[in-house]
Structure formats: structure tokens, C-alpha cells
Design a binder for this molecule. Structure first.
Ligand code: INI
Length: 159
């Protein structure tokens, strides 16, 4: 029997792209900080001149799948992380944005064969979003960890 498992201890060779939405950047900026902190503490070079990590900003979560698709299909990355925040109180089309971004991200991963981490918060209020972006815990950190796990796991499983 072979057991495939992602590892967190040898992230040095992983190439990672992060797509971040500017909408609600009070929240998404915090998610990004938490995510980069996690990656950095696991040996990823997150510096400005990093050859391991690239960052793409999009206007809102609706645009995330398009950029994720371009990056995942480039063959340059082991894993793509998406970060966004859709808050029900802010938008009458909450359900549309959430549906598009969640289905879009899942489709990109399936079609490209590259893992895409779904780091889009969907909450009723700004307070709830902030609680998940640093006031209580920072889910950005978890998304970083999940990216390391999936990047490593995909490398270990024969295509
Ligand atoms: N984008 C978000 O990421 N979060 C939101 O809460 C949001 N609201 O409230 O509307 C939002 N809208 C913008 C959307 O993602 C697109 O950028 C825009 O519709 C242009 O295509």
C-alpha cells in the first residue's frame, strides 16, 4: 500500500502564485499578511525578488478565477492560492459573486491539474470577516499551510 501525504518540511522547491482581490482590502490585506507569514516560516522566499512566489492583484473576487486560470495554466507554479472576501452586507449580488468564484476556482483546479486553494471568505458582516482575518485567527495562515500540503502532495503522486 502506498500512502500519499503532503509534507510541510521541504517547501524549498515549491513555486507559488497568490491571487488577491482588492475589494475589501482591509480584510484581504490581512489574509495576505497571514499567508505570507506562514509561507515564509516554512522556508518560502517571499521577498520582492523571489523566484518562488508571484502575486497578482485583481479588482474583486469575481475576477479571481480568470487570473487563477492564467497562472495555473502557465506551467510555472505548483500551487495557486486565492484570497478574497465577499461580505453579504455590502452587496445585493453576494450569492452571484460567491457562486462564480467558488465554482470558478474549483473548475480551474480540475481543468489545469494544479491545486488552487480557496481562500475566499464569505461572511454576513465585516466583523465576521475581520475575525477570520486576524482579530481572532488569521485564515490566511491556514491557506498558506494548505498550499504547502497540496503542492507537496501533488509532487508525490505520479501523474
Ligand atoms: N467583490 C468582492 O471581492 N467582495 C465583495 O463583497 C464584493 N461586493 O460586495 O460586491 C465584490 N464585488 C466586486 C466583484 O467581485 C467584481 O470585482 C465586480 O463586479 C467587477 O466585475
Amino acid at each position: 500500500m502506498t500512502v500519499f501525504e503532503g509534507r510541510f518540511t521541504d517547501a524549498s522547491g515549491l513555486r507559488i502564485a497568490v491571487v488577491v482581490a482588492r475589494f475589501n482590502d482591509l480584510v484581504t490585506g490581512k489574509l495576505l499578511s497571514g499567508c505570507l507569514d506562514c509561507l515564509s516560516r516554512h522556508g518560502i522566499d517571499v521577498g520582492e525578488n523571489s523566484a518562488q512566489l508571484d502575486l497578482a492583484w485583481v479588482p474583486g473576487s469575481f475576477e479571481i478565477p480568470l487570473l487563477a486560470k492564467r497562472l495555473a495554466s502557465s506551467g510555472r507554479y505548483d500551487v495557486v492560492i486565492t484570497l478574497g472576501a465577499v461580505i453579504r452586507g455590502d452587496t445585493p449580488h453576494f450569492d452571484v459573486v460567491v457562486s462564480e468564484v467558488s465554482k470558478g476556482v474549483a473548475a480551474v483546479a480540475r481543468e489545469s491539474g494544479v491545486p488552487v486553494i480557496f481562500g475566499v471568505l464569505t461572511t454576513d458582516t465585516l466583523q465576521q470577516a475581520l475575525e477570520r482575518a486576524g482579530i481572532k485567527s488569521n485564515l490566511g495562515w491556514n491557506y498558506g499551510l494548505q498550499a504547502l500540503e497540496m503542492g507537496s502532495l501533488m509532487r508525490s503522486v505520479p501523474a
